[in-house]
Each structure stands twice: as C-alpha cells, then as structure tokens.
Design a binder for this molecule. Structure first.
Ligand code: ADE
Length: 386
C-alpha cells in the first residue's frame, strides 16, 4: 500500500476530539514515522490492541501509581485541597476545579495515564484531544462547550496547537469564557461564550516549543523523568499479576526492567512478548535465561537497544569516522527519515551517553563505541550542546 494513499482525506469524519492518530491530521511524515515506531522498544503505542492491553495495566488511582513520586505528591496535595474546598460548599455554588497542569517529558512515561488518574481522583470526566486535532477555533469551542463543571480537558502534543487556536484558549483558561468572532468586515462582532470551570491538562514531549504566554498559564508544571530500575521492577511485577501469569523471579524482573529504557510502556510490552515465548517454548514460568533468549530473538540487547539504534551508532562510527556529522547526512546514508531518527532513536542514546550532540553535529561517545565492541575514535572530552 502506498504511503499516505490508504485513506482518502475527504472520507474522514471531522471531530474536534479526534486523537493524534486521526487520519484527518496524519501527514506523510507521520506515516513514515508510524512505520519506524513499530519497534518492540518504541515508546509510543504500536497498535490499538496494544493500547487496550496497556489500558488494563494502567494504575487507576494515585495510590496505585508507581514512580514519579514528587509529581504524585504535588498532585495529591492539589487534588485533596480541591476536595476540601468543595466539601465546604453547597450545590448552588460553582464547583471547585484543579489548577491547569502541564506535563512534559519523553513519550511513554504516563502522561495520558496520569490524566485519567487525576480525573478519576477528582470524580469528574476526562475529555481527550490533541494539539493537531484542534485545527480551528471552532474545534476548540466545541471541545470547551462539552465540558462539565470540574472536568479535565487533556490536550496531548499541546505544542502543536495552532497559534490562532492558542489565542482562543487563553481567556478560556483564565476566565472560562471564549470570545468568538462572527462575520467579517463591517459586520464583524464578537460574542462571548461561557464554559464550565475546568482543568486543562497539557502534555508535551517538546516543552521548549511552547510559547511563554501558554506556559505561564499553568499553575502546576512538571517534567516526567525516566523511571528508575526499582520502579520498573515494581511495575513489571504488578503487571504480571494483572495479566494472571506466574510472577517472574526477581532476577528475571530485574533483567526486563534493565532492558526497558526507563519506560513503563516498553517494560509492559517486553513482558507480554516474554510471556508468549515462555508459554510456547517452555512451561510458562519465566526466569532470566528465558528473558534473555526471548529478547535476543527480538534483537534487544542488555541495555534495551535494538537493530535501528545499533545501526544508527555504527553508521556514525564507520561511515563518518565517529562524527561530528549532520543529522541529514546520517539519515540519507541509512535511508531513514531524519524526523524519526531525531524523535525516536536519538533521545535514549543521548540519555545513556552513547551519543553527543555538538555544535558541529552528532558524535558517538567512547561509551557508545565500547557498547558496540569498537575501539573509540575520539578520546578527548566532547563539547555537548545538551
Ligand atoms: N503501569 C504503567 N505505568 C505504571 C505506573 N506508573 N504505575 C503502576 N502501573 C503502571
């Protein structure tokens, strides 16, 4: 099937609450990216079915949430304060709402999960949409007028909200009203539409791309960090219970955690793949040897790198003498989309110190060379720009 021609853009239903997977908003670059994100260690969901399985493994309350302890504590205090203020009110008074929350950080760390947990703790409804789905002011008006008092509006990829829509959202965030301009020229007039007091929960992987007026309107902003090895062991143990499998032994749990790139979504995906392997090739019980065999079969190494990561690093090493080299040159050599390399491959390699981004381009570090079993080319310290 040709890229981008599998669905006609004229046939899709236009809904303001489309998710970012909507065919209406998907571009060719997104489609290419989708193909490269079908990796076992992708931090984005790889299919709708996976999304549903992940759903069953997600924590339902702040109590069940493992990791991100500072953020959970801040949210718990804010939620309890709202509940305490609400308890002192009678039904005729406006409902209390939580301050607007901005969550930023790499994909797969639980921003959507937290949105569900927060709405459930507040006892209100969650409405999910994304920056690209809110293409026009009218999309935002439709989304805002659907909200009930105290509801949570989750806008994923909020950095992709068009500027014109961003302007609309400011009065809604501050005063729960929207100024809609009707007609043009001499007939132009503005009508004010009220919406219920709500909480905007914005999520982004690119906080640097948010405008400062937007950033300043969030009362609570937090960066989600990669999960620790201990947290991931906890998460995998809990998930194995929910999947009704016999719990892997401690060593096996630890091996799964160390190959999950600090990301619960990856840990849960690896667990399901290992469960299949253990069932088909063994008696279902999981030990370290079985984890190793199952993940080796998938090409996932001890640090959770896959073939694409290793091929990226070895291209820099062998074709460009270790770098520095520009992203476009690597992308052309590998015949891989540069956006995919930047968004999907590089973040984790930077995080574990195998790659440096310098003013002159990308460079493999001595640790990166060592992991590939290659002799380091550069031994002098690298002036990284990150
Ligand atoms: N499953 C996925 N993420 C989780 C988390 N942070 N806590 C508990 N279970 C999870």
């Amino acid at each position: 099937m040709g890229i981008g021609n599998d669905r006609s853009p004229f046939l899709c239903a236009i809904s303001p609450l489309n998710t970012n997977d909507s065919p209406c908003t998907r571009t060719n670059a997104d489609t290419i990216r989708t193909m490269s994100t079908q990796r076992l260690i992708s931090s984005s969901p790889t299919s709708e079915i996976e999304d549903q399985t992940n759903w069953a493994l997600r924590p339902q309350s702040l109590d069940e949430y493992i990791g991100q302890s500072e953020l959970i504590e801040r949210i718990l205090i804010a939620v309890q304060a709202v509940q305490a203020r609400q308890n002192g009110k009678d039904d005729s008074e406006p409902r209390e709402h939580l301050e607007h929350v901005l969550l930023h950080g790499p994909p797969g760390l639980g921003k959507t999960t937290l949105a569900h947990v927060i709405a459930s703790e507040l006892g209100t409804n969650l409405h999910v949409t994304s920056g690209p789905a809110l293409a026009r002011g009218t999309d935002l008006v439709a989304a805002l007028t659907r909200l009930g008092p105290g509801d949570v509006l989750f806008i994923d990829e909020i950095h992709r909200l068009p500027i014109a829509v961003e302007e609309f959202i400011y009065p809604a965030m501050e005063d729960f009203k929207i100024d809609v301009c009707l007609d043009t020229g001499l007939n132009a007039r503005t009508v004010q539409i009220k919406c219920a007091p709500f909480t905007l929960l914005g999520a982004t992987t690119r906080a640097g791309l948010l405008s400062s007026p937007m950033r300043s309107r969030f009362g609570l902003a937090h960066h989600l960090k990669y999960y620790s090895q201990d947290d991931l062991v906890h998460i995998v143990r809990r998930s194995s219970g929910l999947l009704q499998m016999s719990t892997p032994d401690d060593d096996a749990l630890s091996t799964i955690a160390s190959r999950s790139r600090g990301t619960p979504r990856i840990a849960n995906r690896l667990l399901r793949r290992i469960r299949d392997y253990a069932q088909v090739r063994h008696d279902g019980q999981i030990n370290t040897q079985i984890v190793d065999d199952a993940l080796n079969l998938e090409g996932i190494d001890q640090l959770g790198l896959d073939e694409l990561d290793r091929s990226y690093l070895s291209t820099i090493y062998s074709v460009f003498n270790g770098g520095p080299v520009g992203l476009e040159a690597i992308s052309a050599t590998m015949n891989e989309d540069s956006g995919t390399l930047e968004d999907v491959v590089e973040p984790y390699l930077l995080q574990i110190g195998f790659l440096a981004r310098t003013k002159r381009g990308r460079q493999i570090t001595p640790r990166g060379c060592e992991h590939l079993g290659l002799k380091p080319i550069h031994t002098e310290p690298i002036q990284s720009i990150i």
